[in-house]
Structures are given as structure tokens and as C-alpha cells.
Design a protein around this ligand. Structure first.
Ligand SMILES: [Zn+2]
Length: 147
């Protein structure tokens, strides 16, 4: 979904390297689930997951608005271009917004506020799976310029 949404923003942001923008947005969209052992990101970056799982619980701090802002600022501070910081933040925020649609929800402002934003979608259910499949198909069509 991060790919699809970031693709739709290309005319607005007009990055010099469109594929790099999309790749960074996808990384931003995958990273938040690094705190969940069974996620794709956690299995690929298992040393980081191993450390984080001791310190943080799933859908805890990693699923708040602070990490994308902090990482985005770090990207710019370390000499990265603002547009790629925006790509990372965009992918990350898309992930957070999708998690907000689920029964579990997220506490996006924790620890400042403990309000949990949640929706009606069951994780791994028909709506969740449908959104994943539809956005993946759209991403493939867009990536190969079919549409
Ligand atoms: Zn998540």
C-alpha cells in the first residue's frame, strides 16, 4: 500500500529519482512491523527485531508518530535529501494509518496520549487481505507502466 500511495504522490513531489522515492517509501512502509517477530521485516532484519522485541512491545513506540518524524529528521540531518525523508515518512505514515483501521489499532501519540485509534478491520481478515492484494496488483501494474 505504501508503494501505491507514494506512487500517487509522485506528480506532487516530483522526485528526481522516482524509483528510489518509491523504494524508500516501501521501506518506510515495512519498517514499523520490525517489532513483530512474525512480520516480513522482522524475519529479514532479525538482529534488530531480536533487540527490539526485548525493549518494545508490538504496536508500541514503533507504531507512534514519533519514529517517522525522528528518522525523517535524521535523514535530512545526515545529508539526505528532504524528498527522500518525505518518502520514508510517507510510507511509514501509510503503514500507521492502515494499522489504525484494524481492531487492535494503535496509540499514535503514546506516551503523551493513551487514546487508541482503531477501526473495524480484522488483521489477516478478508478486508485486510483484499486491501493487500488490490494494492499489490495496482503496484505491479504501476511499476511496469501497464496503467
Ligand atoms: Zn504495523
Amino acid at each position: 500500500m505504501a508503494f501505491f500511495i507514494s506512487y500517487l504522490t509522485l506528480p506532487f513531489f516530483r522526485p528526481k529519482h522516482r524509483l528510489l522515492f518509491l523504494l524508500i517509501a516501501c521501506i518506510g512502509g515495512i519498517i514499523p512491523d520490525i517489532d513483530y517477530r512474525k512480520s516480513w521485516a522482522a524475519r529479514k532484519i532479525w538482529p534488530l527485531n531480536w533487540i527490539l522485541s526485548f525493549v518494545l512491545k508490538h504496536r508500541g513506540f514503533i507504531h507512534t508518530i514519533y519514529p517517522p518524524v525522528i528518522v525523517g529528521a535524521m535523514i535530512v540531518y545526515l545529508g539526505g535529501t528532504k524528498i527522500y525523508a518525505i518518502a520514508f515518512m510517507l510510507g511509514y505514515i501509510v503503514h500507521l494509518m492502515l494499522d489504525m483501521l484494524t481492531h487492535s489499532g494503535i496509540r499514535i501519540l503514546h506516551p503523551i496520549s493513551s487514546i487508541r485509534l482503531r477501526g473495524f478491520v480484522k488483521t489477516g481478515g478478508i478486508i485486510d487481505t483484499s486491501i493487500f492484494i488490490a494494492s499489490s496488483v495496482c503496484a505491479i501494474f504501476l511499476l511496469f507502466g501497464i496503467v
